[in-house]
Design a protein around this ligand. Structure first.
Ligand SMILES: [Zn+2]
Length: 407
């Protein structure tokens, strides 16, 4: 028996798979930050489904959280033994969802998922229900046919939508030993409609607050003032020129392939038109290629700040508002990326390629600890939107991709 039998079994399981996804997405799993009571009710259904598959190792790593009725945020790790136990293929998905948002924007009740023309609608069906259900049913289909070729681990976690402190970050803090450097780690929590994008890297994030101080005065007496807005305007233009001119590295994994430096927020200064403002504050949001040293970006901004201070006789400051160093990227030739690309090719007939993105995903928690994780799924990209939906065809196809990686 081989993959055709597994794929045929997954086709047979379609109704059961859709019914399971409907069932779990009928239970709102909102964290306390979103005025919810946590993931426990939904977790119990998910856990029963995993236990029904007779896992060889099951461990609950619940994170204490007094804000929810059960006092914990549930996390489940289950390992199914395969012929080759030297490596484990981990699939990590999350149980929690975001609130529906404005109710009027939904055509139907977000927590009564329903099928229509091959699409399933409901909050959480895409983020992250589709992948969660697919990972469980892939194990089921493979176990019922040819058996697992390698160890498979399912990690089902809470709190992804509010920072993972009670989810993956907590789990890795407690049981990092369960994840080995040679393991293949797949996080199906982002992707595109073609399924051709494998996310392996992130940019650094640097947000800075720039402050200019001069003197406030009547607008008719600029001779008595140092105008902070004029200096700030030049400051922004000089930062724009200096940063784009100096950090010109290109990396084709990213889109856009360069570091980006965007002036974003500008705080209000004086409320009236006839006063020269004495203080101006603005922000830059920088997404910097991982090969660039963030401290050099900051030094360049400070150099420009000194130049502006001298030219306009004002005081200038550059402060870090927020900064995240990108963890080391998952190498494009690492086993998880190679196995994933092969499975995607076989199931969907498309060539999936490694990419980097500008913002952080939950995979960063693995990468920060030296574990190589890849992010992939084939989805409609409706997460967090009203009328969130999936294509049942993708649900079945993605289940086959996961199953292909297990045999
Ligand atoms: Zn998600």
């Amino acid at each position: 028996m081989g993959f055709p039998e597994v794929a045929a079994r997954i086709d047979q399981l379609e109704n059961e798979l859709v019914a399971f996804l409907v069932r779990i997405c009928s239970v709102p799993a909102l964290g306390p930050e979103n005025q919810g009571s946590g993931e426990m009710d939904k977790y119990r259904i998910v856990k029963d489904a995993v236990l029904a598959l007779a896992a060889d190792m099951v461990e609950e790593v619940h994170a204490p959280d007094p804000r929810v009725p059960d006092g914990v945020r549930p996390n489940l790790l289950a390992v199914f033994a395969g012929n080759d136990s030297s490596r484990t293929l981990w699939i990590l998905t999350h149980i929690d969802v975001v609130p529906p948002g404005e109710g009027a924007l939904w055509d139907d009740d977000p927590f009564s998922p329903h099928l229509e023309n091959g699409f399933l609608y409901g909050r959480g069906v895409e983020d992250n229900g589709q992948a969660l259900a697919a990972s469980i049913f892939a194990v089921k289909a493979v176990k019922e046919t040819c058996g697992l070729a390698r160890n498979v681990g399912l990690a089902l976690v809470s709190d992804e939508e509010s920072g993972s402190r009670y989810g993956l970050d907590y789990v890795l803090g407690k049981r990092l030993d369960l994840f080995r450097p040679d393991d293949l780690i797949l996080v199906p929590d982002a992707g595109n409609e073609n399924g051709d994008c494998i996310e392996i890297a992130e940019k650094h994030l640097l947000q800075v607050r720039c402050t200019v101080r001069g003197d406030q005065a009547h607008a008719s007496r600029p001779d008595k003032a140092r105008n902070s807005l004029r200096a700030a305007a030049h400051f922004i233009v000089e930062l724009d020129k200096a940063l784009a001119g100096r950090f010109t590295e290109e990396n084709p994994f990213f889109n856009p392939p360069v570091s980006t430096f965007e002036p974003t927020r500008k705080d209000a200064n004086v409320p009236n038109v006839n006063t020269i403002p004495g203080e101006d504050v603005f922000f830059f949001d920088c997404r910097v290629l991982p090969e660039v040293d963030l401290s050099n970006v900051l030094k360049e901004m400070q150099r420009v700040a000194r130049e502006i201070a001298a030219r306009f006789r004002v005081e200038t400051r550059v402060d870090v508002h927020m900064s995240f160093e990108a963890p080391d990227a998952t190498p494009p030739d690492s086993p998880v990326v190679v196995a994933l690309a092969q499975a995607v090719q076989e199931v969907y007939g498309v060539q999936a390629r490694p990419h980097g993105i500008g913002g952080q995903t939950v995979a960063a928690f693995f990468r920060k600890r030296g574990l190589r994780a890849a992010v992939w799924e084939k989805i409609l990209q409706t997460a967090h939107a009203p009328n969130e939906r999936i294509r049942v065809e993708d649900l079945i196809g993605n289940t086959k991709v996961f199953a292909r990686m297990m045999i």
